[in-house]
Design a protein around this ligand. Structure first.
Ligand code: 5GP
Ligand code: ZN
Length: 112
């Protein structure tokens, strides 16, 4: 059993509402949504933080952006935001890279 929460979601140990998956990426609904659409997109590979990603991880991180846009457009979102928190002081609480796809309401700028 993995100690990582999102590895456990990805391997099915913890149930989640998965909206997209392939061999490299899993996207699922956030358990505590901050917008009408709030989806988390993770690489299947356990990478603790963007600051710890390696050059070889660039392809999957780019693919995540493409998948996020496809999920957003298919979901009818005209505007959306893709956010990655890196480090505790920036709000990262789960140490497995995840992008937040947020949409369905007006999103203020700058974020808090
Ligand atoms: P972070 O704060 O690390 O950027 O984001 C972690 C996100 O994971 C939060 O938005 C939180 O609501 C979500 N989350 C935490 N535990 C679970 C869970 O067990 N299942 C799902 N689907 N989301 C979770
Ligand atoms: Zn993990």
């Amino acid at each position: 059993m993995s100690a990582c929460l999102f590895c456990r979601v990805i391997n099915g140990e913890i149930p989640a509402q998965v909206v997209f998956s392939n061999e490299r990426i899993v996207a699922f609904k956030d358990i505590n949504p901050q917008a009408p659409t709030h989806i988390l997109l993770c690489p299947v590979k356990h990478i603790p933080a963007l600051s710890q990603a390696e050059a070889e991880d660039a392809a999957v991180l780019g693919e995540i952006q493409h998948v996020a846009a496809q999920v957003a457009v298919k979901g009818g979102l005209e505007g959306f935001r893709l956010v990655l928190n890196n480090g505790r002081s920036a709000g990262q609480n789960v140490d497995h890279i995840h992008y937040h796809l947020l949409g369905g309401r007006r999103l203020a700028w700058p974020p808090g």
